[in-house]
Ligand binder design. Structure first.
Ligand code: 1GP
Length: 250
């Protein structure tokens, strides 16, 4: 079993040198055209993305996850699963965000899915990145499927309490999520307070559609910025978002 390993060390070494990271999220359900995937993924690597996340909330069949991970592996950057469920697991990835959906009302996402996934992850020899996953708003697919108890946007102290609990549980990463295609990204106060008071690696994603927003979140304290929708809709804009993140130092 591989817990924190090569991929974690890759991320840590970049953060230690003061870099901010960008992850490109590919949802296999939304990226069915493999030629387009080849093209987009190459463009993102040229722009400086640091890793690929593979996952989504609905409609992914196992074979699609296999195929997408195999295509992305050719790009030479880590391929990290960001699974909505067991169907997103594939042996062709390097690592998996092994997540607790911390603010769910559904016990399946807090304890059960990890038990079901663990033996499969071990069989696939995937490195695990222990992650507290918090979905801030409702009105997105992840919030609906995950039965989310939302975090009030004007209460950073609540997100901090979750982050402290994540650290006390021994998790290394926290993913503060607005939800794919969210109307607005998470407030910069959220990564800021978590970064100030914990040692967690702070991942932020959902609704990030322009360089300025990405820059503000990175400056506030996000270590890793994730973009998905914009990569598929407007790769040129995604390139500018990556440039803005890379100009920000930790
Ligand atoms: C969703 O945080 C990611 O899990 C990315 O969201 O698709 O809105 O970029 P977007």
């Amino acid at each position: 079993m591989q817990m924190l390993g090569k991929v974690h060390n890759y991320i840590e070494s970049k953060l230690v040198s003061g870099e901010k990271l960008h992850f490109t999220l590919i949802d296999p359900e939304k990226t069915r055209d493999i030629n387009k995937l080849e093209e987009i993924s190459e463009k993102m690597v040229e722009a400086g993305t640091d890793a690929f996340l593979v996952g989504g909330s609905l409609g992914i069949v196992h074979e699609e996850a296999d195929l997408v991970a195999q295509v992305l592996k050719k790009r030479g950057k880590p391929v990290i699963l960001f699974p909505g469920n067991i169907n997103c697991l594939t042996r062709y990835a390097d690592a998996v965000l092994f997540m607790l959906l911390m603010n769910t009302l559904e016990p399946y996402y807090l304890t059960q899915i990890q038990v079901i996934a663990a033996p499969i992850i071990a069989k696939y020899s995937l490195e695990t990145l222990p992650t507290g996953y918090i979905v801030v708003d409702q009105d997105t697919a992840v919030a609906h499927i995950g039965r989310i108890h939302p975090i009030p946007r004007n209460k950073p102290e609540i997100i901090l309490a979750y982050a402290m609990a994540a650290q006390m549980l021994g998790l290394k990463y926290i993913y503060i999520e607005a939800g794919s295609g969210a109307q607005q990204p998470v407030p910069p106060e959220f990564p800021k307070i978590v970064k100030e008071h914990t040692d967690l690696v702070v991942i932020v994603g959902g609704g990030i559609r322009n360089p300025d927003t990405a820059k503000k979140l990175a400056e506030a304290g996000a270590d890793i910025i994730v973009t998905g929708t914009i990569v598929e809709k407007d790769p040129e804009l995604a390139t500018r978002i990556i440039e803005a993140i890379k100009k920000t130092r930790g």
